[in-house]
Design a protein around this ligand. Structure first.
Ligand code: BES
Ligand code: ZN
Length: 621
């Protein structure tokens, strides 16, 4: 059995490498055949375009219609294999004249769903899958009017990354496959449909919307949102979509969006996607942001009223290069997406707001990385940049390692080779791999050939292999010291040493200084200390979700009851996983806290997206 498997593997590699060296254009080039999270065999038959025709049914919480899938048969196979999860297929046809064809579902595999094998003639280049989604489709979230800001209309949105696209579109759901897409979407008349594609900025009275994404993208970047939203333009190719009652706050908060896009282009090459717009979703959106091409999806929790959390916009924008243009080939290579993006994000922030500001963000990040490494264990293989997520949910890889260890690897490289050489390298890397996928291994080769290029002194200082295939934070890591944060930490120290809260020097602090202050206060302060801080700084009533999240962790560990009602409101309204996870985690540490967590979670759970539910279920039960 073992030998047979090996033979198959070798055969696959041969076929694959053959294909790699003979296909002329990027779009037809599946850069990997070793994606452990996809059933598809793109080296045999690869999807090149998907046309969706879907009706958005708010009553039954389903999308229903068909997907017309164009593909290229590379090896003359009689099967096109797609990924699916919880899709109800009624019919599949092949060819333009739509002859019905046979198909078969494979066994259900945890996290992955089922392979869908479609019988095709070797000359076939198109199949049409008639299907509907399940009301529990993992990617989709259907909101009642009460769960929106306006409270009048329902809302729905998708979150496809990492492997949830297959719950609403039958596709080759691995990041190593890229295809173009188009769509005809029908939704209720009063609502607007948007996708990660060319969008119309106006409401269509008939509820019918046409979309086109002319550049090839990976499946995890397919996205849809339907709701009562309007558009506001910020400049030549940027704007924001939001519910009408949110619009004014959005216009203020994201005013620098056009400047960000221009700054990013100046740094690493022309913006490749035409427009860069953002949609601000209801608070149940499980992430801070999602870099859906042309249309970033964002949480409303970044609207702090003072523009202090807009680094998230820089982050999702940066993905337009690192991720959407040059894409991690598999989820094991996730650091190539997120590490580069964190590095790039910080460069945008530095360009717009200066070095001191960017240093604050960097140091906060580095401290979080240290905490994460402590939690995972500094010899854990989960602290390697290159991950091994076989038989695991790729969601497991979504932590500070890919993001911040990845970022600090690149900062260390910059420190060794100098910024000028670094920027030439990154520009070249993006340009030469645009619309392609990248494995860690190929990155290393490219890095050695194009940046190191025989400079062994620099290579020895960088120690690339240690960073990528080794645990923890390497000793040679670049370190930041933010002068502004240092002052905030000093105030925390003084408070603990007995200085009254009202005498602390906190004038002109930004969100980041407040966060650093809160993080420098010890766990388990007395209730009197908590009360004193709250009286002076009104943390419990803060409108800033970042500050609330850190503050509530203190009130929970100190069992400070006056904050409990606000904590409950927070957990029942905000579904952003980054905030709710540490709060539930802190709560379940004590029996009373756990009882409270269970009570609140029963109420809150239906308002969380499936990826947040999955995480919290494990913690609370
Ligand atoms: N692409 C990620 C979100 C993601 C990663 C979703 C993996 C599903 C699986 C996005 O770009 C991201 O990193 N979001 C962060 C933003 C932050 C680092 C500025 C978030 O949501 O917190
Ligand atoms: Zn990201």
């Amino acid at each position: 059995m073992f030998k047979f498997k090996n033979l198959v593997l070798i055969a696959c590699i041969l076929i694959y490498s053959c294909h790699m060296s003979t296909t002329p254009n990027n779009q037809d080039k599946p850069m990997t055949n070793s994606d452990v999270h996809s059933f598809a065999k793109p080296a045999e038959a690869v999807v090149t375009h998907i046309h969706l025709n879907l009706n958005v049914d708010f009553e039954n919480h389903i999308l229903k219609g068909f997907a017309k899938i164009n593909f290229k048969n590379i090896t003359g196979t009689h099967q096109l294999i797609l990924d699916t999860r919880d899709l109800k297929v009624s019919k599949i046809t092949q060819g333009e004249n739509e002859t019905e064809t046979k198909y078969q579902f494979g066994e259900e595999v945890k996290f992955l769903g089922k392979a869908l094998s479609i019988e095709v003639e070797t000359s076939t280049t198109q199949v049409t899958v008639y299907y509907e989604t399940s009301p529990d489709a993992g990617a989709l979230m259907w909101l009642t009017p009460e769960q929106t800001a306006g409270k009048q209309f329902p809302f729905m949105f998708s979150q496809s990354q990492a492997i949830l696209a297959r719950t609403w579109v039958p596709c080759q759901d691995g990041p190593g496959v890229k295809f173009t897409y188009s769509a005809d979407i029908t939704c209720p008349h009063s609502l607007m449909a948007l996708m990660s594609a060319e969008n119309d900025t106006l409401l269509h009275k008939d509820g019918v919307y046409h979309f086109n994404m002319p550049q090839p993208i990976s499946s995890y970047l397919m996205a849809i949102a339907v709701g009562d939203v309007r558009f506001h333009s910020f400049g030549k190719n940027t704007g924001v979509y939001a519910e009408p009652v949110m619009m004014e706050r959005c216009i203020y908060e994201f005013e620098d969006m056009q400047k960000m896009v221009d700054a990013a282009g100046d740094l690493y090459g022309e913006y490749a996607w035409g427009r860069y717009d953002m949609i601000v979703l209801p608070p149940s959106f499980p992430f801070g942001g999602m870099e859906n091409p042309r249309l970033t999806f964002a949480t409303p929790t970044i609207i702090a009223g003072d523009r202090s959390l807009v680094a998230l916009v820089a982050h999702e924008l940066a993905h337009s290069w690192s991720g959407n243009l040059v894409t991690n080939a598999t989820w094991n290579d996730f650091w190539l997406n997120e590490g580069f993006t964190m590095y790039f994000e910080n460069r945008i922030m530095e360009k717009l707001y200066g070095r001191d500001y960017a240093d604050m963000l960097d140091e906060l990040g580095f401290n979080e990385l240290q905490e994460t490494v402590k939690e995972l264990g500094d010899t854990s293989i989960d602290t390697h940049l290159f991950l091994s997520l076989k038989d695991r949910d790729p969601d497991d890889g979504m932590n500070d390692i890919a993001y911040i260890k990845g970022q600090f690897f690149l900062k260390t490289v910059e420190h060794v080779v100098g910024r000028e050489r670094m920027d030439v390298f990154i520009n070249k890397y993006f340009t030469e791999h645009a619309f392609q996928s990248m494995t860690t291994e190929r990155f290393i080769t490219y890095f050695n050939e194009n940046l190191i290029n025989g400079d062994t002194a620099s290579a020895n200082k960088i120690q690339l292999e240690k960073w990528i295939y080794g645990p923890g934070i390497p000793e040679n890591s670049f370190r930041v010291k933010s002068v502004l944060l240092e002052k905030a930490a000093a105030q925390a120290k003084e408070f603990i040493a007995g200085k009254p809260a009202k005498e602390l020097v906190t004038k002109d602090w930004s969100t980041h200084e407040w966060l650093h202050f809160l993080r420098n206060l010890p766990e388990g302060m007395s209730r009197e200390q908590i009360a004193e801080l709250d009286k002076k700084f009104h943390f419990t009533m803060s409108g800033n979700c970042e500050i609330l999240c850190d503050w509530f962790q203190h009130t929970i560990t100190s069992n400070y009851l006056p904050s409990e009602a606000q904590l409950e409101i927070f957990l029942e309204n905000v579904g952003r996983r980054k905030f709710i996870v540490p709060l539930y985690k802190a709560l379940v540490k004590t029996p009373d806290g756990k009882a409270f967590a269970k009570k609140v979670y029963t109420m809150a759970r239906p308002g969380y997206h499936s990826v947040a539910q999955q995480t919290i279920d494990e913690m609370v039960n």
